[in-house]
Design a binder for this molecule. Sequence first.
Ligand code: NAP
Length: 294
Amino acid sequence: MGAKWTNADIPDQTGRTVVITGATSGIGLITARELAGAGARVVLAVRDPAKGRAVAATLPGRTEVRELDVSRLRSVREFAEAWRGRIDVLVNNAGIMQVPEARTEDGFELQTATNFLGPFALTTLLLPHVTDRVVTVSSQLHRISRIDLTDLAWASRKYDDLRTYADSKLAVLLFTLELQRRLAEAGSPVRSLAAHPGIATTNLVAHRGRSATPFSFLLNDPEHGALPTLFAATQDVPGGSYVGPDGVGGVKGHPKIGTPSRRARDPRLARELWDVASRLTTADTATRAPQSGK
Ligand SMILES: NC(=O)c1ccc[n+]([C@@H]2O[C@H](COP(=O)([O-])OP(=O)(O)OC[C@H]3O[C@@H](n4cnc5c(N)ncnc54)[C@H](OP(=O)(O)O)[C@@H]3O)[C@@H](O)[C@H]2O)c1
């Protein structure tokens, strides 16, 4: 391996099954392309199956498309209930940022549902199938969050599109680290890891007319933005690692293991969040007894 880790360092993935949410665009699509190219069977878990099939047709190797809208608990449950066999790697990548205020059919604020509650429910429901690791995509913006566990669904506060996003990314990081603690306590070999792409020029904020900027050279291109996810998905890193770009402020560069905010590492906050999320989604039964290989 060279000094800077790149997609050329991905080991052979033959025989491995990888599920990637939101694999139709940006980091998810590149992650799918690279892992399928390295020999994995890649399941594109996407909200728009037609778009998913069009994307899959451009990818190398062995891919499948399955419908999954992570913002809807019903869709999450249907996906999990239909799953048969082993998942080596689950990549919780799907996400949205700073969208206009909206509620899901479950009554949750849309960013919270898409970026945290859906991935929480999906992971806990699929966990009995997971044999190697769960990689969840967070963001450096988790550092500005002041999460309010008494109103995770943003039912009684004025909507703030940036704070809501930051809260969802702190929540998913707290969840990742709490999952790792629970897996370790249960003696499970499964690892829970987080990745973040720095700031990558994907479609994430295209709806705000911010897809192109003259300062793009200061940011990660999507290819580099996907490297931390690929690193976390394929390298022998300790459970609970937070992988992101090595440049200043973690904005740009090649993967390295970093340190999440102090709040993200607070185990008491994480346990409280887990309880709230379990109550809201009623989806944590699987994590009470983590297993491998079903
Ligand atoms: N780009 C950055 O600078 C940056 C920084 C920090 C963190 N992140 C995180 O990186 C992850 C990937 O984002 P990206 O930058 O690659 O953005 P992107 O190009 O907009 O890709 C987002 C993907 O998520 C999918 N998605 C959105 N809502 C979904 C839902 N309800 N169910 C299933 N899939 C859904 C989208 O599907 P459609 O194709 O159907 O829209 C798309 O495939 C996100 O979690 C994001 O928060 C990105």
